[in-house]
Design a binder for this molecule. Structure first.
Ligand code: FE2
Ligand code: FE2
Length: 327
C-alpha cells in the first residue's frame, strides 16, 4: 500500500497521475499525522457519550425516510412504526458487518507493515478502535430496537458469495479502500438525512451525529492513501476496481435493508424489496450517495475523466466525464 508497508502485489510504480494523485508522499504523511492528532484529541466512548435508555417506543425515522416511501402502500401507523425500527436495525446490522470487514483488512495491513512506526499504521489502529466503538453502539441500539426480521438471503448462495467477496476484499489494499469509501459515504448520507430530520428519534439522531463526526476522518484517510494503494495494485485488483467494485457497491446499497424487513409488517418480502430498490427517489439517493466515491477515485487517478467505465457511470448517474446526468 505504501513504501513502508509490505506490498502485497509486485507492482510498486507510481501512476504518473497529476493533481491530487500526484501529491508527494511527505504531504500525505503530514495529512495522516494531522488525522492521528485529531483522533487522539478527544476519544469518544459511546457508552457514556450517548443518551442510552431514552429511545422512544414509536416510529424512529419519518415516513419519507422509509425505503418504501413512494410505493403507495397505505400502511397503518403501527406498520410504519415497526418498519422504521426494522429498517434502522437492518442498516445498523449491516454497519457492524461492514466495520468488521474494514477492521480485518486494516489489521492485516498492520500485521504486514514493514515499519510499524509509520503514521499510517497509527492511524489504522485509531480507526480500528473507533470502528469497534461504533459497532458496540450499533449493537446496543439494535438490541433496544428489538428487531424481529430474519434475512431470507442469509445462509443461501448469495450469502455464501457475499461472505467470500467480503473476505477477499479484506485481503486487498486499494479495493478495500474503495469499498471503505462506499461503505462510509452511503451511511454518511443516510445518517445525515436522519439526524437532520426533526421527526427522527433523538437517541438515533445523537448516534448518527456521533458516527458521522468520526467517519469524516476515516473518509479523509481513505482518500489520502488511495493513490498509494492504487500505485501498488496489481492488474487483477485494478480490474476488480474498474468493473466489479460498482456491482459490489450496488449490492451493498440494496442489502442495507434486506427483504425480510418487509415481511415483519405483512408485506411480500422480495416483491417489496425489488419495488423499493426501483423507486426513482431511491435510485437518485443511491447516485447521490455514491458520487463522492467516484470523485475520490478520479482525484486519486484511479479512474480518468472521459474514460469512466460504464458500471461506474450507471451506479453514480454520470457520463464518461463524471458529469451528472439527468434522471
Ligand atoms: Fe464507523
Ligand atoms: Fe469508518
Amino acid at each position: 500500500m505504501i513504501s513502508t508497508l509490505a506490498p502485497r502485489s509486485p507492482r510498486a510504480t507510481d501512476t504518473g497521475a497529476t493533481g491530487p494523485a500526484a501529491t508527494a508522499p511527505s504531504e500525505r504523511t503530514a495529512r495522516v499525522v494531522r488525522l492521528n492528532r485529531a483522533s487522539s484529541r478527544r476519544p469518544i466512548e459511546p457508552d457514556t457519550h450517548l443518551p442510552w435508555g431514552t429511545l422512544g417506543s414509536g416510529q424512529v425515522i419519518a415516513d419519507e425516510l422509509l425505503t418504501v416511501h413512494g410505493l403507495d402502500l397505505r400502511l397503518t401507523a403501527d406498520q410504519r412504526c415497526r418498519l422504521s425500527r426494522e429498517e434502522t436495525a437492518a442498516m445498523l446490522t449491516m454497519g457492524v458487518r461492514f466495520e468488521a470487514t474494514l477492521n480485518a483488512g486494516f489489521a492485516q495491513q498492520v500485521a504486514d507493515a514493514r515499519d510499524v512506526t509509520d503514521p499510517r499504521v497509527t492511524y489504522m489502529l485509531h480507526e480500528i478502535g473507533e470502528e469497534a466503538r461504533h459497532s458496540r453502539a450499533f449493537v446496543r441500539l439494535i438490541a433496544e430496537l428489538a428487531p424481529t426480521a430474519t434475512n431470507p438471503l442469509a445462509n443461501g448462495p448469495i450469502d455464501w458469495l457475499t461472505t467470500k467477496a467480503a473476505r477477499s476484499v479484506a485481503k486487498t489494499d486499494a479495493l478495500l479502500l474503495v469499498m471503505i469509501l462506499a461503505g462510509e459515504e452511503i451511511p454518511d448520507l443516510l445518517q445525515k438525512l436522519a439526524s437532520e430530520h426533526p421527526e427522527t428519534d433523538p437517541m438515533l439522531a445523537a448516534l448518527n451525529r456521533y458516527h458521522r463526526m468520526e467517519e469524516a476522518r476515516h473518509l479523509s484517510y481513505a482518500r489520502t492513501v488511495l493513490p498509494e494503494a492504487w500505485a501498488s495494485a496489481g492488474r487483477v485488483e485494478r480490474i476488480r476496481i474498474r468493473y466489479a467494485a460498482p456491482l459490489m457497491i450496488d449490492q451493498l446499497w440494496q442489502m442495507f435493508v434486506h427483504p425480510g424487513v418487509y415481511q415483519t409488517v405483512g408485506l411480500p418480502s422480495f416483491k417489496t424489496w425489488r419495488a423499493a430498490n426501483q423507486l426513482p427517489r431511491r435510485i437518485a439517493l443511491r447516485k447521490e450517495a455514491t458520487r463522492p466515491v467516484l470523485t475520490a477515485l478520479l482525484a486519486a487517478g484511479v479512474l480518468e475523466p472521459g474514460r469512466i467505465p460504464g458500471r461506474w457511470r450507471e451506479l453514480c448517474g454520470v457520463d464518461a466525464w463524471g458529469d451528472e446526468q439527468a434522471a
